[in-house]
Design a protein around this ligand. Structure first.
Ligand SMILES: Cc1cc2nc3c(=O)[nH]c(=O)nc-3n(C[C@H](O)[C@H](O)[C@H](O)COP(=O)(O)OP(=O)(O)OC[C@H]3O[C@@H](n4cnc5c(N)ncnc54)[C@H](O)[C@@H]3O)c2cc1C
Ligand code: FES
Ligand code: FES
Length: 1355
């Protein structure tokens, strides 16, 4: 074979032809789309297949059948070369500003389903793909006009692989369901298409859907493909000049292997390349062999003996094939449906998965289920073909890179006497999470329940590959199932399942394996003539949930798994016209633009000429001299252009990366000592962002710890070394009363109990990003995704040693902030600025997810030790709190955290309150503000204490809560001026509305009933009140009316998804409304809020603390008032001449008369009203699986006092989104660090934010407007952060459920040795829950039933 010229990749992107000649074979489709085409809809959110931000539709054309097949795919994992002759459709391709939006985009927008918008194009494409798939499926009945063939349950699963950190998913699901043929439109939530409750829902009011409207494969490409068929059939050119090989037969592949054109380290065999999402730190490869073009590997053969699947058959295709088979096949298909995400399954191959399991110890589900089903595989090693059992293959040493997996054969077991079951326990029920443990069991039983044969496979528990539990199998063969037999089997299993050293949660994993085996064997034994009746963990159980309306207490008894319950919701709110269009639930400004992918984020700005890219090299050592930076010898290292370090900071500049005004600075680069793991040491500069990232991974840092103290990593270390940040007196929280006196009045005391909370990562979908462009005269323009442009401008100026007016910081929109795009965002802006200054060219840095997670910092972890005194009737008389807060290396906002903690804790009247707070300085990344900083922990600690008191007194927790809620008098004592007026104190009525309602009483009784009739699932219900103080800060606003009447508005706040621009638009229209005949509604479409620019509008302050929207609105209102004053005389004079005056005529006249049409205001708060309190209450009901520790949130009802909402749709979105983010904090987001403090849960694989399958199955929100208060902006209240605290209700409900489990099984682990009193730290992940329920409950249970039944002989 000779070398051929580089082949040109041809593809269509949104109908347009593109050629990619000479692209490096490792180029991903996403990289190509974003850098070589104008397309920006697909976003980079993770680069590992775990977030869905990059989803596109890939269409293939088969010239033989003239058919087009479409599938969604993650473009971050798909290699460009593998989509040669394909058509790619992105969100811009289905609809856009110029050609009109697609109904998916319009409905996402109309259902208020886009906030920051960064996830929205990916959501759009997942929904669009689901519609295409359903509508094309043959045999489905035609849907009613305006609908698709999609079903509501498919609609819920359509976005199961897409992450959204803002919305809480409910509105996204509603938008998707609106297309489903079987939807009841009345069930859908708040939207812009009909006024819920007042108008009937009707499909004709929705943007019309026509399944054939979008052409996914252009004719020109079909013709090109047809004409190239002959060529493809000609002699194959197996060798390419650009490193991409696509053999057409196995022989050709072997000729390639046998040739010596490449060495094993630089060549990679790929099927669909999704494995690169798993092994993402791998070096670059120069050459790729794509095996998908080998026809033999795509076979699907079905016979009476079984099903053979070629190795490159995709998981989705395998599901399709297996679903149409007998029990074993169908169960495998069900299990495969939980593997990865829809857009990964569509391309990922079965063979790739098996190879990863065999060669790379991947904790595969597929290997486990296929192992249990007795599968065999065919491989070709060198020229030898072998057929092996899967077990033999897995047991072999890792296969070499020239071993080719040809096919997998799954035997047909028939259904006679066959039982087959698969299990997986994972943080998310429907996938997008690898399992803690998976297993699959196959048994053949005789009529008398005798086990004739059995196969037990277990995987992912900390083992190199899935295994069969042979000893247990041997023991079980020939036995009838009884409790004592199961008990013995379980004991044997515990000797077999032994997680390797270093495995996380080993005991939990063993207990899961036990639970799965128990479940399976019980199902075999459970029938009327089974020897011993065992409480079947799989059996149907009463799933009584109320329907969510307080009016109807109708029960529905559904015998389905709670995870499969449909998502339902209810929203209630009060609208008023008083300040219209303020107060209307209008849709978010620019929502369609976000959905179509045209909204521009920093990484979407086209690269300026000569732009270079940077990636951080960070320390992995917590305290060490940095002696040198070298690079491993690797392909990626060759891409390094230079490395920027502290030495490159211009003279006159400072090594500063961030500052919190009045608190202190943090360095940009470690120099000369790295003070924490995750600290920036330098920036690798390369030609592309991907090269920069990959090269940075190859850096090897030389450290020395000579003459350095050991690092201080924990709160305990810090206390031992007196390592603290001072809390300035003006931010220190104030104690209340006399603690000792209060304690002396107590009848009971709890002394020194402890509760712990871990950190939380922001997980904004857009990672930190900045683009710095040097300008004339030592000036620089920086585009930054920042919540604090003004502070960033100041730090960049100090870093470069230039005046502030040389630095222009521009922020248009931020793809999610939550506090994280403040301090750490400055570091990125500064690093870009230093590099751009040094290199005299533009430099962009868009952090990869891993680096972002490592440097971000996040929420403050803390420990609280409390001593509390209380009366026998539950009235608390005194509380003392010892708080240890791990602040990390720099003060950041940490000195403010104690006040926030104590502020939220004061929601209860503790009688007398004292505390000692320590803000610990440690050698870990600086912790910063994250949505509800300090408040969420404080509110939770309060609940933990209240619950502890209740458990000591053995009374219902709500009784204690209610007893200790403030009256207005004590509220004023605890909160001082922030308490405001008595009429605004709504917390007691909110709490009573929920907790004293007949519905709640009824549900509590139902929960008790459920718990008494179900052994292996337990429920809990809990109601939590919250109080949240917010502070008002000075904010600027500027309103400029153009000559044509259009209006440009600038505000201090930044649009981070919270709906700021939408409210500002409404306020502008209201503010200028007096000049319009219709009161201002006509102005809504004329207002454009423009990007923050620190040289245009100064003193912008920061966006955070929940009050930026209202203060920006107030500044705008004042600006409008100035304009109204100027324009009124013009209006009056025109009216005198011509009657009613239209807006445009008024402005034209004013412009002619040289009226100043721009006004600016700097709003400052009333000195007597600098802060106010927000109130809410939430009930959550959960179900805990005692066997696995999994929790399903059955229902959450939130009531939030939003004052007179400026926009109820926006506020509702904030409430729902914040709550779900809180649910993540309390339940699933495990922020793990290693012993050096380096973050190790550093991607979507290990850090699990909520997905659509983990939100409440019934999610009800009510916004109420308690009382007017003219001192608040149009009587509104904040909504951004406080509702997050309500998520503690889920944690509390989980504890109730766990309590029921502990009671059932007499589990008394924990310091109190009591079933009722225990602490559950945050987050309460599955292992934590299971441990509290009892890791050994199965054995306990089996022992008790075996002992109780003397007829069951021990085996
Ligand atoms: C986000 C995400 C979530 C996932 N979740 C799960 C999960 O929950 N459970 C689970 O089991 N899996 C999960 N996976 C793994 C997934 O199933 C595999 O990545 C996929 O099946 C690999 O197929 P591929 O075609 O992309 O392989 P590739 O990435 O192309 O290849 C993977 C490896 O196998 C080699 N290879 C591929 N095919 C062959 C062959 N025929 N012969 C020899 N070598 C070959 C390649 O050289 C490479 O080393 C997940 C993956 C992702 C990205
Ligand atoms: S960026 Fe591709 S899935 Fe996250
Ligand atoms: S709107 Fe989904 S991540 Fe922001």
């Amino acid at each position: 074979m000779g070398k051929a010229a580089a082949e040109t990749v041809v593809l269509a992107v949104n109908g347009k032809r593109y050629e990619a000649a000479g692209a490096h074979p490792s180029t991903t489709l996403l990289e190509f789309l974003r850098t070589q085409t104008p397309v920006r809809g697909p976003k980079l959110g993770c680069g590992e297949g775990g977030c869905g931000a990059c989803v596109v539709l890939v269409s293939k054309y088969d010239p033989a059948t003239d058919e087009v097949t479409e599938l969604s795919a993650s473009s971050c994992l798909t290699l460009l070369r593998s989509v040669d002759r394909c058509s790619v459709t992105t969100s811009e391709g289905i609809g856009n500003t110029r050609d009109g939006y697609h109904p998916v985009q319009q409905r996402l927008s109309g259902f208020h389903a886009s906030q920051c918008g960064f996830c929205t194009p990916g959501m759009c494409m997942s929904i669009f793909s689901a519609l295409v798939k359903a509508d094309k499926e043959p045999g489905r009945p035609a849907p009613p006009a305006g609908f698709s063939k999609l079903t509501t349950s498919e609609a819920e699963r359509a976005v199961s692989g897409n992450l959204c950190r803002c919305t809480g998913y409910r509105p996204i699901v509603d938008a998707c369901k609106s297309f489903a043929a079987d939807v009841d439109l009345e069930d859908l939530g708040l939207n812009c298409f009909w006024k819920k409750g007042d108008e009937p829902a009707d499909v004709s009011k929705l943007p019309g859907y026509d399944s054939s409207a979008v052409c996914t494969f252009p004719e020109f490409l079909k013709s090109e493909i047809k004409s190239s068929v002959d060529q493809a059939n000609g002699p194959a050119v197996a060798i390419s000049a650009d490193g991409w090989y696509h053999p057409k037969s196995i022989e050709e592949l072997h000729r390639l292997f046998d040739s010596n054109w490449f060495d094993e380290n630089s060549v990679k065999i790929v099927a669909s390349n999704t494995g690169s999402g798993v092994y993402k730190d791998q070096d670059l490869h120069e050459e790729y062999i794509d095996i998908k073009g080998i026809p033999e590997l795509s076979v699907i053969n079905r016979s009476s003996k079984g099903i053979e699947l070629g190795s490159v058959v995709s998981i989705s295709k395998a599901i399709e094939v297996l679903s149409d088979g007998n029990l074993v096949f169908r169960k495998i298909a069900d299990h495969l449906n939980k593997v990865a995400t829809p857009f990964v399954r569509n391309t990922a191959t079965i063979g790739g998965n098996i190879i990863m399991a065999q060669r790379l110890q991947f904790p595969s589900d597929i290997a486990t289920v296929l192992l249990a089903a007795g599968s065999t595989i065919a491989i070709q090693a060198a020229s030898k073909r072998l057929c092996l059992t899967l077990e033999e293959f897995l047991q072999q040493p890792p296969c070499g890179s020239n071993t080719l997996l040809l096919s997998i054969f799954i035997p047909d077991w028939g259904s006679d006497g066959i039982s087959f079951e698969t299990f997986r326990a994972a943080p998310r029920p429907f996938g997008n999470a690898v399992s803690y443990v998976n297993s699959a069991f196959l048994a053949r039983t005789s009529g008398s329940h005798l086990i004739e044969d059995i196969c037990l496979a277990f995987g992912a528990y900390g083992v190199d590959h899935a295994i069969r539990a042979r000893k247990v199998e041997d023991f079980l063969k020939g036995k009838s199932v009884s409790s004592s037999v199961i008990l013995e089997a379980v004991r044997l299993l515990k000797d077999t399942v032994s997680p390797s050293e270093g495995t996380t949660h080993p005991e939990y994993k063993i207990s899961l394996a036990v639970s799965f085996l128990f479940s399976f064997l019980s199902s075999l034994g459970n029938s009327s003539n089974a020897p011993t009746k065992i409480d079947n963990p799989n059996g149907p159980y009463t799933n009584g949930i109320t329907n969510g309306t307080t009016e109807h207490l109708r029960e529905e008894y559904i015998k389905v798994d709670s995870n499969d319950l449909p998502i339902r919701s209810r929203q209630e709110m009060v609208f008023t016209d008083e300040y219209k269009p303020v107060g209307k639930p209008i849709k978010k400004a620019g929502a369609e633009l976000q959905a179509s992918g045209e909204a521009v984020y920093v990484d979407d700005i086209p690269a300026p000429k000569d732009c270079l890219y940077g990636a951080f090299i960070y320390s992995t050592h917590p305290h060490a001299h940095v002696k040198g930076i070298n690079f491993k010898s690797s392909l990626a290292s060759q891409k390094v252009i230079t490395v920027i370090t502290a030495k490159d900071i211009p003279s006159g500049g400072q090594n500063i990366g961030s500052t919190f005004p009045m608190m202190g600075d943090e360095a940009l680069f470690a120099d000369p000592v790295a003070e924490f793991a995750g600290q920036n040491i330098g920036v690798v500069i390369a030609e592309t962002q991907r090269y920069a990232h990959m090269a940075a991974k190859q850096a090897v840092i030389e450290y020395s710890t000579e003459n350095l103290q050991p690092p201080i990593l924990t709160i305990e270390d810090a206390i031992q070394h007196n390592s603290y940040f001072q809390i300035p007196p003006f931010v220190a929280p104030k104690p209340v009363g006399d603690y000792n006196q209060g304690m002396s009045e107590a009848d009971h005391k709890i002394l020194s109990a402890e509760v712990k909370l871990e950190s939380q990562y922001y997980f904004y979908m857009e990672t930190q990003v900045a683009l710095a462009i040097p300008d004339e005269d030592n000036c620089i323009t920086i585009y930054s995704s920042s919540q604090i442009p003004e502070v960033t401008q100041g730090v960049v100026a100090r870093c470069l040693g230039i005046p502030l007016h040389n630095v222009r910081l521009i922020t248009r929109r931020v793809g999610g902030g939550f506090g994280g795009k403040a301090m750490k965002g400055i570091h990125v802006a500064c690093a870009c600025a230093v590099a751009a200054f040094k290199l005299r060219c533009p430099v962009r840095m868009y952090l990869d997810r891993k680096t972002d997670m490592i440097i971000a910092g996040g929420r403050h972890p803390m420990k609280a030790k409390y001593s509390v005194g209380f009366k026998s009737d539950g009235k608390i008389t005194a509380l003392h709190l010892d708080l240890g807060i791990n602040a990390g290396i720099s003060p950041d906002v940490s000195p403010f955290i104690p006040t926030a903690i104590i502020g939220a804790l004061k929601k209860y009247n503790w009688g007398n309150l004292a505390f000692d707070t320590k803000v610990c300085k440690t050698n870990v990344t600086s912790k910063s503000a994250m949505r509800g900083p300090g408040d969420v922990q404080g509110s939770f600690i309060a609940e933990a204490i209240i619950e502890h008191v209740a458990s000591v007194l053995s009374v219902d927790t709500n009784t204690i809560r209610r007893k200790n809620l403030h009256d207005f008098e004590s509220l004023a004592v605890f909160y001082g001026e922030s308490a405001g007026e008595a009429s605004t104190y709504s917390l007691v009525s909110l709490f009573d509305k929920l907790a004293s309602s007949p519905d709640y009483q009824h549900r509590t009784a139902m929960v008790e009933h459920f718990n008494s009739s179900n052994k292996w699932k337990k429920r809990g219900i809990s109601c939590v009140p919250i109080t949240y103080a917010v502070t008002l800060r000075p904010t600027p606003g500027k309103v400029s009316i153009m000559n044509d009447g259009s209006i440009a508005v600038e505000v201090g706040g930044v649009e981070i998804g919270q709906g700021l621009w939408t409210k500002v638009k409404q306020m502008t229209a209201f503010g200028l409304g007096q000049l319009c005949p219709d009161g201002g509604e006509c102005l809504l479409d004329k207002v454009r809020v423009i990007q923050a620019d620190t040289l245009s509008l100064i003193q912008g302050g920061f966006t955070g603390g929940s009050t930026t929207s209202e203060t920006s609105c107030e500044a705008v209102r004042q600006s409008c008032a100035a304009l109204v004053e100027r324009l009124k005389p013009v209006k009056e004079s025109l009216e005198a001449k011509a009657g009613t005056v239209e807006w445009s005529a008024l402005i034209a006249q004013a412009s002619m008369a040289s009226v100043n049409l721009s006004a600016q205001a700097y709003w400052t708060p009333d000195p007597t009203f600098g802060s106010y309190l927000n109130y809410g209450a939430g009930i959550s009901e959960v179900e805990v699986d005692v066997l696995t520790g999994a929790t399903t949130i059955l229902r959450s009802d939130l009531v939030y006092d939003c004052g007179q909402s400026l926009n109820p749709a926006v506020d509702l979105g904030q409430v729902e989104g914040a709550f779900i983010q809180g649910v993540g904090f309390f339940t699933n987001e495990e922020y793990a660090i290693n012993s050096d403090g380096l973050v190790i849960h550093d991607g979507t694989w290990t850090y699990k934010i909520p997905t659509v399958d983990t939100i409440p199955k019934q999610f009800n929100v009510e916004l109420i407007n308690s009382a007017r208060n003219p001192k608040r902006v149009l009587s509104s209240k904040a909504s951004g952060e406080p509702p997050l605290l309500l998520a503690a209700s889920v944690h509390c409900a989980m504890r109730e459920a766990i309590r029921a489990a502990r009671k059932e099984f007499s589990v008394c682990t924990g310091p109190a040795n009591s079933a009722f009193t225990f602490q559950m730290d945050v987050p309460a992940t599955m292992p934590v829950v299971k441990e509290l329920c009892g890791l050994d409950v199965v054995e306990r249970y089996l022992e008790s039933v075996s002992a109780a039944d003397p007829t069951t002989a021990k085996a």
